[in-house]
Design a protein around this ligand. Structure first.
Ligand code: ADP
Ligand code: MG
Length: 626
């Protein structure tokens, strides 16, 4: 048989290797920024167009390359950073594989311009799909500019696989944050489609964090410092009260390289134990300096995991160092003493203002007029939308406004919530033809602060209170957005929230929909957003948390439009506003929730597709007694 094995041509080998190195535009950004840092740059510019799909350019003022080096840099395994395998154990550079430029040049069009300090004239090279198109001398400042255009132009399958520009830009920004945080002494500028996203001057670590995440982050930071033989820990943790629902700001850097480590993450969590609410995440920016020979930087090009020689010691040091900082800066609440459990309120109640009882006078009330039957129209799912804004709330108030004590005095009726649950007649007339035979005049009770149990003719229903409320709120929000009928309560003092610039982008995207929901936005100044009005259902003290969660949810769904955006927002809001397991509901609220639930278009499943209630029939119960 004839020989069949052939060596792959270089450009094919490079394309295959590129698959490993370059997953998306952000991977190119990482490689180029790291090359610039390795070249000793003190100022680096990152220029992006269309989420990196049309252009990724990095301009640095580093050492530059000679004409020969410039040409060689695109060869595979061409590197100036290591000479032998031993060098791998004493790495001081980001790169060392000599693969990045070869890979990138295989799948894009690359324009390189570079000049060293002691040469008068620089080199320009154009290369496309591994093929050198031109090489010329140019006048260019010292340093290197590398422009990567039309990524994956020759691999359509990969190009189609890319996400929207907004999503790709977000990945790039994440990468940029990591590199910029690891090198505060280098100045960075980052432009997208011609506008400047970040301008980070040379600074210290704290200033760098603040420059990236906004002025308000300064007050959140608690310094961490510990110098041991094994590791030098420095950086900041965020005070426990600023723990977030989203996992955003968690950074480990080992020898100035961003890494991910579950193990070390748990060391930080362990230090915060008992200090933060369940379901929230502490922020941290931690630098670990270790002997380069004690770590194994994964040989895989894109992985960010690192193997430490002595992980357990590192864990212990990190945990105790952070605990120490939390204690020293007095940010750990003194839970162990002076603590009266009677005074402890669930988090949901914290900061809530008491609501003064109020008397409302019905000026249209005429004692001599004929008595009219209370309307039940708003109860029925079909009629509720038409009566959405006009329906006058019968007393007592909806259970929601009883529960969420809105600080303003005026509670506006939104029809949906104005449900009369007293009248047996009205309740029956609704539920008879919709939800089988639910009898809301029946007694309800709360089980384990989690379920609401009520009886129906055929037996009983057990309702998950949290999911039921999510459903009620979800439909209400969705309706508000689609009908554009959001009500708003003016805030006496506008709330100022600070966001990262990336979050500001998201906010601009969802602002219109939030406005229809009843949020009123004032000025947006860099990273500070002013909120002048909020929907009546939202308590002022909750606004911070709500936006926190909104951002977390929207980050995963950037670029959503129209209905899907309204859907995402309604889901996010209902999630944060709904009552939770553990919340005590009084009788009034229980009954009203049951009523509201069965007035929903879809009362069986929560917005997150979980069952809301189960019915247990008399038959089921009888069987148990057989
Ligand atoms: P690696 O970084 O692993 O060495 P790369 O393919 O990223 O491999 O780069 C190849 C070589 O090109 C580097 O070793 C370096 O000598 C040179 N190089 C790349 N980018 C720059 C730059 N911005 N400034 C100076 N030299 C560079
Ligand atoms: Mg490199």
């Amino acid at each position: 048989m004839a020989d069949i094995i052939k060596l792959l041509p270089d450009h094919v080998a490079n394309q295959i290797a590129a698959g490993e190195v370059v997953q998306r535009p952000a991977s190119v950004v990482k490689e180029l920024l790291e090359n610039a840092i390795d070249a000793g740059a003190t100022s680096i510019k990152l220029i992006i167009k269309d989420g990196g799909k049309s252009l990724i350019q990095v301009v640095d003022n580093g050492i530059g390359m000679s004409a020969t080096d410039a040409r060689l840099s695109f060869e595979r395994h061409a590197t100036s950073k290591i000479q032998s395998a031993e060098d791998l154990f004493n790495l001081n550079t980001k790169g060392f594989r000599g693969e990045a430029l070869a890979s990138i040049a295989a799948i894009a069009r690359v324009d390189l311009q570079t000049k060293t300090a002691n040469e008068e004239i620089g080199t320009a090279i154009e290369i496309e799909g591994s093929e050198i198109k031109s090489q010329e001398v140019v006048a260019t400042p010292q340093g290197t500019s590398l422009a990567v255009k039309h990524l994956f132009f020759n691999i359509p399958a990969r190009r189609n696989f890319l996400k929207s520009d907004a999503v790709e830009l977000r990945h790039i920004t994440d990468e940029f944050h990591r590199v910029a945080l690891a090198h505060p002494s280098i100045a960075f500028n980052y432009y997208n489609n011609g506008s400047e996203l970040f301008n980070l001057p040379e600074s210290n670590f704290r200033q760098r964090i603040v420059n990236i995440f906004g002025k308000k982050s300064n007050e959140k930071l608690v310094p961490v410092n510990e110098d041991t033989q094994v590791v030098k820990v420095s950086g900041f943790i965020c005070k426990s009260e600023f723990a977030k629902k989203s996992r955003g700001e968690q950074y480990f850097f080992v020898n100035n390289r961003f890494i991910k480590s579950h193990y070390l993450h748990y060391a930080v969590l362990a230090a915060f134990e008992g200090l933060i609410k369940p379901g929230t995440h502490p922020g941290y920016f931690l630098n670990l300096e270790v002997d380069p020979s004690s770590i194994d930087i994964n040989i895989h090009p894109t992985k960010t995991e690192v193997k430490f020689d002595d992980e357990q010691t590192l864990y212990a040091i990190l945990r105790s160092t952070i605990k120490h900082s939390l204690g020293q800066f007095n940010v750990a609440p003194t839970l162990d003493f002076d603590h009266d459990s009677n005074l402890q309120t669930p988090y949901e109640y914290k900061n809530k203002n008491a609501v003064l009882p109020k008397v409302t006078v019905d000026s249209t009330f005429n004692p001599f007029a004929e008595e009219t039957k209370p309307t039940t129209a708003s109860n029925s799912p079909s009629a509720s939308s038409s009566s959405f804004s006009s329906y006058k709330k019968p007393s007592p108030q909806s259970w929601e406004s009883l529960y969420v004590e809105t600080p303003n005095t005026e509670v506006k009726s939104t029809g949906f919530e104005g449900v009369s649950f007293e009248s047996e007649v009205s309740a029956k007339s609704i539920f008879d033809d919709t939800e089988d035979d639910l009898d809301t005049s029946a007694i309800t009770f709360q089980l384990k602060r989690k379920y609401i149990v009520t009886t129906i003719k055929s037996g009983m229903v057990v309702i998950d209170q949290g999911r039921a409320h999510q459903r009620v709120l979800y439909e209400k929000f969705l309706r508000t957005v689609t009908l554009n009928e959001g009500l708003s309560q003016q805030l006496l003092f506008p709330i100022q929230l600070s966001f990262s610039l990336a979050e500001i982008d998201i906010l601009k995207d969802i602002k219109d929909n939030l406005t229809t929901m009843g949020f009123v936005f004032g000025q947006i100044n860099e990273n500070i957003v002013e909120i002048n009005g909020i929907p009546p259902m939202v308590a002022e003290a909750e606004v911070d948390t709500i936006f926190d969660e909104l951002m977390a949810d929207c980050q995963q769904n950037v670029g959503a439009d129209g209905f899907s955006q309204a859907d995402i927002l309604s889901k996010a809001l209902c999630k944060s506003l709904a009552v939770k397991t553990g919340d005590v509901l009084d009788k009034l609220s229980q009954a009203a929730l049951v009523n509201d639930l069965f007035a929903c278009t879809e009362s069986m499943v929560s917005p997150f597709n979980k069952p809301i209630y189960v019915t247990i029939t008399e038959n089921d119960i009888d069987k148990k007694f057989m």
